[in-house]
Design a binder for this molecule. Structure first.
Ligand code: GDP
Length: 443
């Protein structure tokens, strides 16, 4: 899995790594090879295009950082773009609700749906210490319900007793009632598959979803089917509210394209990966780890990490210089807010700067939401207002509050904070500014 892609990318990076400086031609040539590697791994063409365009744009436009080679910088950019393509954060299951949390498993026949249901049940029982029940709603395939019962015994997970002749919606109702009465935390519903996506199947899933009101609808698709897996996922998610994807047979020699295209094409996160036939062969899907695996080679990964740290330090240095010059309008504030967040929050940063204790107090409760509000407030101002905050009179404040979906109070708070920061900047300058600040950031 991912092996040939990993090899291809590895050789592209090997060539870049030795270089002292990279020019645009070299980056573009490297990206052509990355593009071929991705296409060979069966990644969908539009996804490949978006990926290489993004990486090229960033790699070409970026200033060369001290202490990393441009080649390493490209590795870092590719790494981040891969993580993003795979869906950024690992997606947790939404199961912390009033029990029973219902997880509905859907997918085509043969995708590994029933096996995955049992694997997931076992994982939730053992790893998350949940009391889990499974129920098979598959009345089409003879012995499907019996298959789940056997898997249940193997995994030591309860299954709903089979009542011959009962239809899927009624089974779902009975399962829900039974799970409630017996105090199960989680109810896993294994629905019927079909050979192809057809309307009968979709209607049945919708009817079951209506009755069971699931927290999660997990779509099981077979990675070996490559781009077909992505197409299947697309048609399913257009009909039912799929919350996540489980890719099975990632242990096989699939080229991995399905995993890489899934998020971009369907908008749905991959939540788990099936890694074998055994009942334990199910893993959480962590985009950062998968990206690391694709890029391969431990030394590249650590280079990437070091490059990341360097980027942070150099960003901090650049910011300190800007602050120290006393050129600090609302545009700068907006840019810095996001960077500061990454450096441990504005409060932490303010504490590092002399003369900014006061600001630290004003911003110590800052969280992401406040940052987003501030960004919206500044975004609703005209360019003129951003560079000359003193223009903000009552009328303008009301307009900006409305435009940003905030309140005049919040607009005032932001302006006050900017004023205090700008004031502190001036003080720093008087104290001899740049030298001291530079030292603070190791510059
Ligand atoms: P369903 O028709 O979708 O319910 O498919 P099943 O659960 O019956 O699985 C079909 C076959 O695929 C079985 O032989 C499973 O053991 C196998 N299978 C399921 N998941 C995986 C996986 O992640 N890796 C491998 N190698 N085989 C799997």
């Amino acid at each position: 899995m991912f092996e040939s892609l990993s090899d291809r990318l590895g050789s592209v990076f090997d060539r870049l790594r030795g270089r002292g400086a990279l020019n645009e031609t070299e980056v573009r040539a490297a990206m052509r090879e990355v593009r071929i590697a991705l296409l060979e791994a069966d990644v969908a063409l539009p996804v490949v295009r978006e990926f290489t365009d993004k990486v090229t744009e960033q790699a070409v436009g970026q200033q060369v950082l001290k202490s990393v080679t441009p080649g390493q910088q490209v590795v870092k950019i590719v790494h981040d773009a891969l993580v993003e393509m795979l869906g950024a954060d690992a997606s947790e299951l939404n199961i912390e609700v009033t029990p029973p949390a219902v997880i509905m498993m859907v997918g085509l026949q043969g995708s590994g749906k029933t096996t995955t249901t049992a694997k997931l049940a076992k994982r939730l029982t053992e790893k998350d210490r949940k009391k889990v029940m499974m129920a098979s709603l598959d009345v089409n395939r003879p012995a499907a319900q019996e298959q789940l019962a056997i898997l249940g015994r193997q995994a030591d997970v309860a299954t709903l007793p089979v009542v011959q002749g009962q239809q899927p919606v009624d089974i779902a109702r009975r399962a829900l009632q039974s799970a409630k009465l017996q105090g199960f935390d989680i109810l896993l519903l294994d629905t019927a598959g079909r050979l192809h996506v057809d309307q009968g199947l979709m209607d049945e899933m919708k009817a079951v979803a209506e009755v069971a009101d699931p927290e999660e609808i997990l779509l099981v698709v077979d990675a070996l089917t490559g781009q077909d897996a992505v197409n299947v996922a697309k048609s399913f998610s257009e009909q039912v509210a799929v919350t996540g994807v489980v890719l099975t047979r990632l242990d096989g020699d699939a080229r991995g394209g399905a995993a890489l295209s899934m998020r971009a094409i369907t908008g749905k996160p991959i939540k788990f990966a099936g890694m074998g036939e055994g009942i334990d062969a199910l893993e959480g899907f962590h985009p950062d780890r998968v990206a690391g695996r694709i890029l391969g080679m431990g030394d590249v990964v650590s280079l990437v990490e070091r490059a990341g740290e360097t980027i942070k330090a150099e960003e901090a240095e650049a910011m300190a210089r800007k602050l120290a010059k006393g050129q600090f309008d609302l545009n700068d504030l907006r840019n810095q807010l996001m960077q500061m967040q990454r450096m441990g929050g504005l409060g932490a940063l303010a504490g590092m700067l002399p003369g900014m204790k006061k600001v630290q107090g004003a911003v110590k409760d800052m969280d992401n939401k406040i940052l987003i509000h501030m960004d919206a407030v500044i975004g609703s101002m005209t360019p003129k207002e951003r560079s000359r905050p003193e223009l903000m009179n009552a009328k303008r404040k009301i307009r900006v509050a409305k435009g940003s979906g905030t309140t005049v109070q919040e607009v005032n708070k932001l302006l006050k904070m900017h004023q205090e920061m700008a004031g502190a900047m001036k003080k720093i300058r008087k104290m001899g500014g740049l030298g001291k600040l530079g030292a603070l950031f190791g510059g």
